[in-house]
Write a protein that binds this ligand. Structure first.
Ligand code: GAP
Length: 515
């Protein structure tokens, strides 16, 4: 049977509804009315999310000699955030209505009302735009107070005391724990520059306007690498690996001149000095390749340089890997040059020596973070879901074409009929065999068509059916989610076949199509 899947464009709200219905993601604390910007992951969601994290770790830590991992605590000392500048500078501009006290995030409000870019606008810019355009509160029509900064860090009290010195913070980014543990991690791993330290974990931001489902939440997860080099080192020894990689590029200068993004190779971007640092070109391409290798659509990505006034307080240059979400191109992953800002701040505030000894110059140096690839797990989750989502007209159901390595369930096992004991017994045997090595499920409810449709929507990569022939021939059918094609395979060979199919082999390698 030929399938008629077509790329289906759905809105972020439709994606949220689909995720809730299928058990990928639920609104947080929903039975008590939900908490805005907080989400719980359901049975399929946790599977996909774990697979995303596992694949990221495998590519960026396990398979590299120059990157090592760590896992810092979520609750951290207030001095960490004083030193990093988050307590004074990590804020968004808030607008409060004089009449009804409604609070909105300044840049988002202006973007919605005037449809203009608000990247990097500060308090005074927001105030000026509100006044010039006579913008009022949407709820009651009242005037706004003067705009002000709103700090995004979540304070918590440690222990029974409510004194000021008992305040600690839920981390606003995982990165600071890498800086705070820098010296110990380097000494324990005997790392030599250039090297990276990676971490996956939760981060918390008291966003004024969480929105667009998982895109901007108050609790989310990050996968971050701090990549350290000797001060001034712009030569990346791995650059050859990515020179031919093509990306749509939008530099700060192109944005100032109102130019469109241009597709080019990393080699061209470096030669034309659009990207000035080899390390940036390398990491931007690497990060993009990671998505593409896991099935994301290359056409949906571009890289965009931050304009000067957009840069975070710690950053001297920053490029974002952006994805074309249903609400436009938005940041998926930031790749900032943080220089030695953080290590110097922690040296100053902690009084500890965080420098390294450079064997070449026989001098102490404070390494620079030349690139900080920082990716939100939840945003990556959205990317894979959007690029996998298709409505198949012939099947009349959604098919979630997740890459087999990401699919939460690799294989579902069905008896052809649930009221035939011999079929059920054999199907259970096969399921027990497969679940040792693969995320599998056993499903006997409904007709075979219903079972296939249910698994297509869950993104289950393969369907194994035990029919009457299976009992005689000691075999089963395997069905591909993406093509609906089926072959028959001996049960004794099943594990090996499933493993090879997940690794990218074609179904036709293992038998003749029977449909
Ligand atoms: N350590 C650098 C850092 O935290 P960032 O640009 O603020 O930089 C990095 O965040 C990534 O974390 C973003 O590109 C995005 O993928 C994710 N992220 C940031 N804020 C988020 C939020 N409120 N909800 C979901 N993901 C978020």
């Amino acid at each position: 049977m030929q399938t008629e899947a077509e790329k289906t464009q759905i809105s972020i709200d439709e994606m949220a509804t689909f995720c809730r219905r299928k058990g990928f993601v639920y609104p947080g604390s929903e039975i008590y009315g939900s908490l805005s910007g907080i989400f719980d992951y359901g049975p399929l969601g946790v599977g996909l999310k774990n697979n995303i994290k596992q694949e990221w770790w495998k590519t960026h830590v396990q398979q590299r000699e120059d990157i090592i991992g760590m896992d810092g605590a979520i609750i951290s000392h207030q001095k960490i955030w004083e030193a990093s500048g988050h307590l004074s500078g990590f804020s968004d501009v808030i607008l409060e209505c004089k009449k009804c006290k409604e609070k909105v995030r300044g840049d988002v409000f202006i973007e919605d009302q005037l449809n203009i870019s608000t990247e990097g606008l500060k308090v005074k810019d927001i105030d000026a735009i509100i006044k010039k355009n006579k913008l009022k509160c949407l709820k009651c029509g009242g005037e706004f107070k003067d705009a002000s900064d709103f700090n995004l860090m979540f304070p918590v009290h440690i222990g029974a005391s409510k004194e000021n010195n008992s305040i600690a913070y839920l981390r606003g980014e995982t990165a600071q724990l890498i800086f705070a543990n820098f010296k110990k991690v380097v000494e324990n791993s005997r790392l030599k520059l250039p090297f990276g330290i990676a971490q996956i974990g939760k981060a918390f931001r008291n966003e004024i306007a969480p929105r667009n489902f998982l895109f901007r939440c108050r609790e989310f997860e990050q996968m971050e690498i701090e990549y350290f080099v000797k001060p001034g080192d712009k030569k990346c020894p791995y650059i050859k690996e990515v020179l031919n990689h093509k990306l749509k590029v939008l530099s700060a200068e192109m944005q100032e001149k109102n130019q469109e993004e241009k597709e080019m190779t990393m080699k061209q971007a470096l030669q034309k000095k659009i990207i000035k640092n080899e390390w940036h070109a390398y990491w931007l391409a690497q990060c993009n390749k990671w998505f593409i290798n896991l099935g994301a659509n290359p056409d949906n990505f571009r890289i965009r340089q931050h304009k000067r006034k957009e840069l975070a307080h710690y950053s001297s240059d920053c490029w974002d890997l952006e994805y074309n979400f249903p609400f436009g191109y938005k940041e998926l992953q930031g790749i900032a040059d943080r220089s030695d800002y953080d290590l110097q701040q922690h040296i100053k505030h902690s009084g500890q020596d965080l420098s390294l000894f450079d064997e070449d110059t026989k001098q102490k140096i404070v390494p620079h973070v030349v690139a900080e690839p920082s990716l939100g797990v939840d945003r990556a989750f959205l990317v894979f879901m959007f690029d996998a989502y298709e409505y198949d007209k012939k099947r009349e159901n959604i098919v979630l074409k997740l890459h087999p390595k990401l699919a939460p369930i690799k294989v579902a096992v069905f008896p052809l009929l649930k009221n035939k004991k011999s079929l059920v017994k054999k199907a259970r045997e096969v399921y027990n065999l497969l679940k040792e090595d693969f995320a599998s499920m056993y499903d006997e409810a409904g007709s075979i068509g219903k079972k296939y449709a249910r698994q297509d929507e869950a993104g289950t990569f393969l369907g194994v059916t035990i029919d009457f022939d299976s009992l005689k021939k000691k075999d089963c059918t395997i069905r591909s989610r993406d093509t609906t094609k089926q072959i028959r395979v001996k049960i004794k060979d099943l594990k090996k076949v499933v493993e090879e199919l997940i690794s990218g082999e074609k179904l036709s390698k293992f038998g003749k199509y029977i449909n």
